[in-house]
Design a protein around this ligand. Structure first.
Ligand SMILES: [Zn+2]
Ligand SMILES: [Zn+2]
Ligand SMILES: [Zn+2]
Length: 141
């Protein structure tokens, strides 16, 4: 999903494209798609120090509700990491020993999404998928 597609999603949902919202999205994009709220605050402050903490947090909430980002808790102790959902999905294989995170693109879950949509009545617009395990180094340790 491109930046402009994300902004279009905001517009479609009835949100105005404010400078603050655009800047938070840009910060997430530059951060490579994974950031804690503290990292987002820092990055936004670098891009535009005039944007307040409260509006950054409100924007993160709003982007989460729109499923443009999702909070995930794997990478650190209790601090959510917000991940972008490019094309509506985002996938990790996580080593629970050392915290290594490997990204992958193809999940092959389109059929499952369609089936879940039919059985739950929820119009599905994205997913975050994480597999957990131990990497070779951690198994050897
Ligand atoms: Zn490991
Ligand atoms: Zn990721
Ligand atoms: Zn997927």
């Amino acid at each position: 999903m491109t930046d402009s597609q994300r902004l279009q999603r905001l517009r479609d949902a009835g949100y105005k494209i404010t400078h603050a919202r655009q800047t938070v999205l840009e910060a997430l994009e530059r951060g490579g798609g994974h950031m804690t709220s503290a990292q987002v605050l820092d990055a936004v402050a670098t891009l535009d120090p005039a944007i307040g903490r409260a509006s950054v947090f409100r924007t993160l909430d709003m982007l989460s509700r729109l499923s443009l980002i999702r909070p995930t808790f794997v990478e650190s102790s209790g601090t959510p990491v917000f991940v972008l959902l490019p094309n509506g999905h985002h996938h990790h294989v996580v080593c629970t020993g050392c915290g290594a995170v490997i990204e992958f693109d193809d999940c092959g879950l389109d059929a499952l999404a369609t089936q879940l949509e039919a059985s739950t009545g929820i119009h599905i617009i994205g997913h975050l998928l994480e597999f957990y395990g131990l990497c070779a180094n951690c198994r050897a340790a």
